[in-house]
Every structure is written in C-alpha cells, then in structure tokens.
Design a protein around this ligand. Structure first.
Ligand SMILES: [Zn+2]
Ligand SMILES: [Zn+2]
Length: 342
C-alpha cells in the first residue's frame, strides 16, 4: 500500500517536503483490532507539532493522521463490533490503558498510557490502517467522507473545549483564533447556546468577516477589547499573546480554555505582559484541553448529526499531503483540510 511517512523531526521553513510517500505492507489486525481501508483523512495543526518536534513521535518512521474515515475490511478474532463493511472514524485517541484511576473515571484523555493516532501508532495518511475496535466510531450517513473527517478532531476537540468552558445558554463567550477548529466551535456554540453572544478575535480581516457570516455578534483583532465582559474564551491559536489579551476580556470568575496541544515559542515574551490584577485577579481561571475521550467523540457526532453540521472543507488529493501541511503552516486557512484517499 501507499503511505506517507515522517522519518524525523524537521524544520518546515527549510524542509518543504516533510513527509515522503513509500510502499508499505498492508498491516494485519491483531486480536482486538480492525483493518480499515482509508477513505479520507483530515489534516490537523497537530501534525505540524509532530513534524517540528513540539510533540514528537516516539519512533520513526510513523504514518501521521488522526481524523480518519475508513471502511472496515478485516477484523481480529476477538472483535464483535464494528462489522466488516461498516464506515467508521478514528480520532486522536488511539488507545489508553483502560485500567488506571483516570481511565476508570472516564478521564482516559489524561491516562499516562494515552496513545495518539498518527504519533504513537500509525495513522491515516495511508491506504490502510489498523485501529483498536473499541476506539472507532460509526459515522452518521448524512456526512460525506470529507465532511466527517474534520468532525473527528477539530469538531470533537472543539466540543470538549466548549464543555470545559462551562458556560450556560445566554452567557457571552469568545473565541480567539479562527481556524478549522474555531469555525466549528462557533457553529456548535450557536446550536448549544442559542442565546449566547459569541465574540471572535482574529488577526486576519478575512477570518473576521467569515466569523460574522457564521453568526458571531462581534469580530475584532486579537488584542481588541470586547464590547462586554466574557464568561469564557477558547484560545485555539498556537501563540501566547491572544490568550493574554483574552484574560483581560474575561468577566470575574471567567475561564480561559486553551485548546492547543503545544504553544510555539516565537512570541513567548508576551507572557512578561501578564499583569496579576488585569489578567488573573477576581478568580479568573486558565485551563488547557488535553486530548479527547471516546465519550466526547460519540456525543459530538450525535450533536453534529442533530444540528446537520456542515464543516467547510478544502479537499486535497492524497498525493498533496505536504502541500496541505504547508498551507496550514503558512495560514492559508479556508475551513478544514482533508485528504481524499479513496
Ligand atoms: Zn487534530
Ligand atoms: Zn489509563
């Protein structure tokens, strides 16, 4: 089979083709695993974090990709569901130990043995992949392969961020950064909290216009003051300044939720601007979103179906994986990027 692999950590500003296409053996599913023929795979900012070494894979070569839509073509001996022929999704959680205290409490996203799809195990930038049968999800028929892919990370992790924000309907909230994840979060927030006013902070005027079209009540630049205090803000940017600016816009007791697996260090100096009274006093909170649980993915797929969520997608041919990654790196963002593989 054809697969894209990452051989080592690279500097994307120098090395423009980080992945190479190679021929690999089609993998065999183990006892509790299924073999998928990959139909589509989303391209995520986290792949850049893997490639550039902010969250490096433990072993090379590795096949990246953690928003995978595939058809079950073979099953290990112990597998009850899914059935052969079923269309399923694989998300960022490839597996967890299932036995530790965190797993028992359904906080499997925090398990010490959490394995990320496409980082700790081969992912979906390939014609076939193996997944754990207990960690795949049937996909609603209303979504095409390309529409379903970004729901599995950008959508599902965005939904988790929204849950952690802990706002109720009618409370004002904000999103800073407006890429693939945030545009889905805006739509989900409009559905779950129809009376809440959603404010969007983005550097790029095109992204601000897009946010207003999707129902944001206000859109401003990253460091603008919001017209009213916000109960919660989700930060999906890879840098520091937007989060600091967001803390200033929080109401007393408000919460900033950072939805980024790693932050880049280019503007780390912005942290020196942190002012206790302006940014943290009055019980303001900062919380990160780490990974995802299976319940998040299942709940979110149901919500996405109920609200007939249509992610804006930009489809690339399988061979164009490197170009799709560079387009994310250089912020040529038009919705979520997806590789069509079959
Ligand atoms: Zn992702
Ligand atoms: Zn565990």
């Amino acid at each position: 089979m054809k697969a894209f692999v990452l051989d080592r950590v690279v500097d994307l500003s120098v090395m423009r083709q980080p992945l190479s296409m190679t021929a690999m053996e089609i993998p065999e599913p183990g006892e509790d695993e299924v073999l998928l023929r990959v139909l589509a795979c989303g391209v995520c900012h986290t792949e850049l974090d893997e490639i550039e070494g902010r969250t490096p894979p433990p072993r090379f070569p590795v096949v990246p990709g953690h928003q995978v839509v595939g058809e079950v073509v073979a099953r290990g001996r112990g597998v009850g569901r899914p059935e052969t022929g079923e269309r399923v999704g694989v998300a960022w959680i490839y597996s967890s130990c299932g036995e530790c205290e965190l797993c028992q409490q359904r906080k499997e996203n925090l398990c010490a043995d959490f394995r990320g799809t496409g980082r700790d195990a081969h992912g979906g930038y390939a014609e076939y992949m193996v997944a754990k049968a207990d960690y795949v999800y049937p996909l609603p028929d209303c979504f095409s392969n390309e529409e379903a892919a970004p729901l599995l990370c950008a959508g599902a992790v965005g939904y988790r961020a929204l849950k952690l924000l802990n706002v109720s309907n009618g409370q004002a909230l904000g999103l800073t950064g407006f890429g693939a994840s945030a545009h889905l979060v805006l739509k989900i927030a409009r559905f779950l909290y129809p009376d809440s006013l959603v404010h969007v902070f983005a550097r790029n005027p095109v992204e601000r216009d897009f946010a207003l079209k999707l129902g944001a009540v206000w859109a401003g630049d990253t460091t603008d003051a919001s017209p009213l205090p916000l109960v919660g803000v989700i930060d999906t940017t890879p840098v520091w300044l937007p989060g600091i600016a967001a803390l200033e816009n929080l109401s007393p007791g408000g919460r900033l939720v950072i939805n980024a697996i790693r932050k880049e260090s280019a503007d780390i100096d912005a942290l020196a601007k942190l002012n206790y009274v302006k940014h943290l006093w009055m019980e303001k909170e900062v919380k990160s979103v780490a990974n995802i649980t299976r319940a998040d993915v299942r709940e979110f797929l149901q919500i996405a179906e109920a609200m007939a969520l249509r992610p804006e997608v930009q489809v690339y041919r399988f061979e164009e994986a490197n170009r799709a990654l560079l387009d994310i790196k250089e912020r040529r963002i038009r919705g979520a990027k997806v590789l069509r593989i079959a």
